[in-house]
Ligand binder design. Structure first.
Ligand code: EPU
Length: 442
């Protein structure tokens, strides 16, 4: 098999306590944001997921000197020697998050020449909100073959109205605006916790940023931004996935690191299913005790604080064997139902009407071979495999690894029968990444 796969067997009720890593979607943009500074920064709680290694590669390519202490999850990034504002198509294609380098490059150099970004095939995923709002800040952009070339003499502040609160566009505009002349206002901005972690980080650098209700972010440009030390927020999506896995198997789990305040609607839906959620003091720490008779619930994904689209696929897997009918409406991405066909192969009863999936709970799912086409679909299929009769093989291991740092080990720790089978070339890739990280320390 070209890609590796996960082999999942029906598992007992998951039980125990489990730790989280830092949030992939916070760390990617925070690493990219370091290009606005010139100096040595330190990030803590950095997850060892494949997308993080790609972002590190991208910054190295621009001239940053980076040491990743993978044992301590500590990343040292020296941007003093940054000398380039160009990123090849090959590097840009590795992730979607690569586009987040543009805002920082414009702030640092007033220039960016980058290929078009890659990423999961969960929709068209255009970047028009990024580009047209850079243009409002005085940036001149043109296409040269597969490259985007952006130039600006001096970034100017603008009043930016986003027609949709795009996470990536909000982050890119904020980064560019840190060095613009005047105060940039972003109306209908994304206020995901990962965006707020970026803001916390930029504020430490010396940026002047305020967030006001309902969703306005104001960034006053400054002349200099300094290197920082920052601890990445815990991954709410990893927390959600572990809670769903425990609920699916009728188990009981405690996640001390989890912040309940960033998962409210998701936790509400688990409670409506009949699961008991207990939250620790100050909202820190989530305990889930499953019901043995889960009820189907309906939900609609939306920008934060709505139900997170990234938890929609695993939550759908959970509805497949709940009692009753669930309607899941996906409003963020137009094509995030690739897991549906695979769940049907496992015996689920699902039909799609436009952007809605209608799921009728069945008695049981059956293990078979399924394909994970994106990160969160891989989570859904592994979770379905934990309850399915027989063996489930989930190919598309590279997606699983892009999103998570060894999530299979955490599931194993809770009692799950899930094993990773590496493709030969992936073994080499991971070995190379870790060896390189250690080599640079020596
Ligand atoms: N959109 C546009 N034009 C744009 C930008 C976005 O039409 O210029 C549309 C998108 O096509 C999509 C919607 O707006 O339909 C939302 O996209 P958004 O820009 O908010 O998403 P993103 O920044 O590309 C980040 C996460 C995703 C997460 C979404 C939504 C990162 C690296 N990625 O993507 O994470 O699903 O926000 O919360 O932060 C994942 O982790 O598996 C993942 C896909």
């Amino acid at each position: 098999m070209k890609d590796g796969y996960l082999k999942v067997e029906q598992s007992p009720a998951l039980a125990g306590e489990v730790e989280l890593v830092g949030a992939k979607n916070a760390v990617l943009v925070i690493i990219a944001s370091l290009v606005v500074t010139a100096g040595k920064s330190v990030l803590h709680n950095v997850p060892l997921s494949a997308d993080v290694f790609e972002m590190i590669e991208l910054l190295r390519h621009l001239g940053a000197v980076i040491f990743f202490n993978t044992e301590k999850h500590e990343l040292l990034v020296d941007t003093t020697t940054l000398h380039s504002w160009q990123v090849s198509s090959v590097l840009m294609q590795k992730t979607r998050a690569s586009i987040l380098i543009m805002g920082g490059l414009l702030a640092r150099f007033g220039k960016a020449r980058v290929g078009l970004p890659g990423g999961d095939a969960i929709g068209k995923r255009p970047i028009d909100y990024h580009l047209k709002n850079f243009a409002k800040m005085g940036v001149v952009i043109h296409h040269e073959a597969d490259y985007l070339c952006a130039d600006v003499e001096r970034l100017v502040a603008a009043r930016i109205v986003l027609e949709y609160p795009s996470v990536g566009a909000t982050e890119n505009i904020i980064m560019a605006a840190t060095r613009a002349q005047g105060a940039t206002k972003i109306i209908n901005a994304a206020c995901e916790p990962e965006v707020l972690d970026l803001i916390a980080c930029l504020t430490k650098m010396g940026a002047k940023i305020t967030v006001e209700a309902p969703a306005t972010i104001t960034v006053e440009g400054v002349d200099v931004l300094n290197p920082i030390e920052h601890t990445i927020m815990f991954d709410r999506l990893e927390a959600g996935s572990l809670l769903i896995a425990a609920a699916a198997t009728g188990g009981e789990v405690f996640i001390p690191d989890a912040d309940a305040g960033v998962l409210d609607v998701f936790l509400l839906k688990l409670e409506e299913m009949g699961h008991t959620i207990t939250i620790g003091e100050n909202g820190k720490g989530i305990h889930l005790k499953s019901t043995q008779t889960p009820r189907a619930v309906s939900l609609k994904t939306g920008p934060y604080p709505g139900f997170p689209t990234d938890l929609q696929p695993p939550m759908m897997a959970l509805q497949c064997f709940a009692s009753g009918t669930s309607v899941i409406e996906e409003t963020v991405f137009e094509n995030r139902f690739h897991h549906v066909h695979e769940l049907i192969k496992m015996g689920a009863s699902i039909h799609i009407e436009h952007n809605k999936a209608i799921i009728t709970g069945v008695e049981r799912l059956y293990g078979t071979h399924v394909v994970a086409p994106d990160i969160r679909a891989s989570t859904a299929l592994v979770i379905a495999g934990l309850v399915a009769h027989g063996t489930t093989t989930v190919s598309g291991l590279s997606h699983w690894k892009r999103g998570y740092e060894a999530l299979e080990k955490k599931l194993q720790h809770l009692g799950a029968n899930v094993v990773v089978h590496e493709a030969q070339n992936e073994k080499i890739m991971v070995f190379d990444m870790v060896r390189q990280a250690h080599h640079e320390r020596d």
